[in-house]
Design a protein. Structure first.
Length: 202
């Protein structure tokens, strides 16, 4: 343990003051902070927390992450079907015949176009546009590729490994899982400084 300027004992691993730990709120799908001695719970880090150290710890050791992604399936994907709408509005599944090599080229080109934008807002807007127009995941049409908050362990290990290796705001290279080929954008940390401080009923 180390001490900060006001003599509080700080955990050198996660930056929290003595007796504070990080827990995960299942209903809210986010981290919170709990004092094992006083039984106090709070959404925000305790006052004397080393915020820089805490952020570094949570990025590397998340309970959950929020991600957006673009998925391109190919003929060897686990579920090689795409849902389309006919001219009369009826939805049906069609089998994907695209080769993995061709799918990789297409998604690599999409990523290249996205990353060519130097303005981050423009880059993220373009990511969501391509997710809506090109992604074979239902999240593309429903939420512009937003998978929401994903608890660690709920997704494919290969997907989580890449997503968790990113810094918040980063966009991955093209990578493969049994579902197909992905590009992932890790959106943010879960806790925010403007959240309500105290938790009720935890």
């Amino acid at each position: 343990m180390t001490q900060n300027s006001d003599l509080s004992i700080i955990n050198p691993k996660n930056g929290l003051p003595e007796n504070w730990i990080i827990r995960f709120h299942e209903e809210k799908s986010r981290e919170y902070f709990y004092n094992v001695e006083t039984k106090r719970s709070t959404w925000n880090p305790p006052k004397t927390t080393d915020i820089k150290l805490l952020k570094t710890y949570l990025i590397a050791n998340p309970f959950a992450i929020r991600v957006k992604h673009i998925l391109l399936k190919h003929k060897n994907s686990r579920n090689p079907y795409r849902t389309i709408s006919d001219t009369n509005g009826e939805r049906r599944k069609v089998r994907i015949t695209l080769s993995e090599k061709t799918a990789h080229k297409k998604l690599s080109k999409i990523r290249e176009t996205i990353m060519a934008k130097n303005d981050l807002d423009e880059r993220y807007d373009l990511f969501m546009k391509y997710a809506f127009e090109k992604s074979d995941c239902s999240s593309g049409k429903h939420s512009h590729g937003d998978l929401g908050i994903c608890k660690i362990g709920d997704n494919l290990p290969a997907f989580e490994e890449v997503a968790c290796s990113l810094q918040p705001g980063d966009i991955s290279e093209v990578f493969k899982t049994v579902s197909g080929l992905h590009v992932v954008w890790r959106v943010c940390l879960l806790y925010t400084s403007d959240a309500a401080d105290e938790l009720d009923g935890v």
